[in-house]
Ligand binder design. Structure first.
Ligand code: PGA
Length: 260
């Protein structure tokens, strides 16, 4: 079985380092003795906790089991950018992964369309992350299930990965996250594994036809919980899960990790 990725997207939580540390300690405590060669745990805290999380990972048992990821990257390492964090800074902090193009950055909640990151910005960030040696976790997914959502998804994927070689795409993790399924949306519900597979196949086929990558690793994200994680993780076409809300509910998150 190919390795499964469990990615924790903490977003702008928790409120304090004490809480963050207690999540990590709980995971550390409960993963002892579990031989999880089959899975790779990636913890993506907010920027302010990156350095501390990196330290805890290195000093605990988690060093064998968890890796560090950031939630965003500046578009370019060499231009001045107020508020930006460059890829090289992330690398120096010990990050190996970076989430790029999350829907909350593409379409910030409460803002009208067009105020967030375009496909073009996401594309440039992927290129910068790869140049820095980071593994991009690239989020794609439709906003709603209109009749032609697969066509829309292919267009988004096409623009997001424009100009990238097959080799570069093979180095990325792709997270298929239908925006309507993300738990913070009103009326959010997880996608079904069957319907997520349709979208994932469409993404894989599109990239194969246009970029010929040797490998395409696609995760599912959107209201993943301890109840449904196994439904997604047990499918060979799905390389793992990107977990938001449930990743800071420590007891639940450990249950999710144990399902690989
Ligand atoms: P969720 O978030 O698991 O809370 O739905 C996933 C995400 O936004 O990455």
């Amino acid at each position: 079985m190919a390795k499964k990725y469990i990615v924790a997207n903490w977003k702008n939580h928790p409120d304090s380092w004490a809480e963050a540390e207690s999540i990590l300690n709980y995971i550390d405590e409960h993963l002892k003795g579990i031989a999880n060669q089959e899975s790779s745990l990636v913890v993506c805290p907010p920027f302010v906790f990156l350095e501390e999380v990196s330290r805890v990972i290195q000093l605990s048992q988690l060093t064998q089991k968890a890796e560090l990821g950031a939630q965003d990257i500046a578009i370019n390492d060499s231009i001045s950018l107020t508020g930006g964090i460059s890829g090289m800074m992330l690398v120096k902090l010990g990050a190996r992964y970076v989430i790029i193009g999350h829907s909350e950055r593409r379409w910030p909640r409460g803002e009208s369309a067009g105020t967030g990151e375009s496909n073009q910005i996401v594309n440039l960030k992927i290129k910068q992350a790869l140049a820095d040696g980071l593994i991009p976790i690239v989020c794609v997914g439709e906003k709603d299930r209109a009749d032609d959502y697969i066509k829309w998804l292919k267009q988004q994927v096409g623009a997001t990965f424009a100009g990238l070689s097959g080799d570069q795409i093979s180095r990325c993790l792709i997270a298929y996250e239908p925006v309507w399924a993300i738990s913070t949306n009103p009326d959010a519900r997880p996608d079904t594994p069957e319907s997520a597979l349709e979208s994932i196949s469409a993404i894989r086929d599109f990239l194969a036809e246009n970029h010929s990558p040797a490998d395409v690793r696609i995760l599912y994200g959107g209201s993943v919980t301890e109840k449904n994680a196994k439904d997604f993780l047990s499918l060979s076409e799905i390389a793992g899960v990107l977990v938001g809300g449930a990743s800071i509910r420590k007891e639940e998150f450990v249950q999710i990790i144990k399902q690989v």
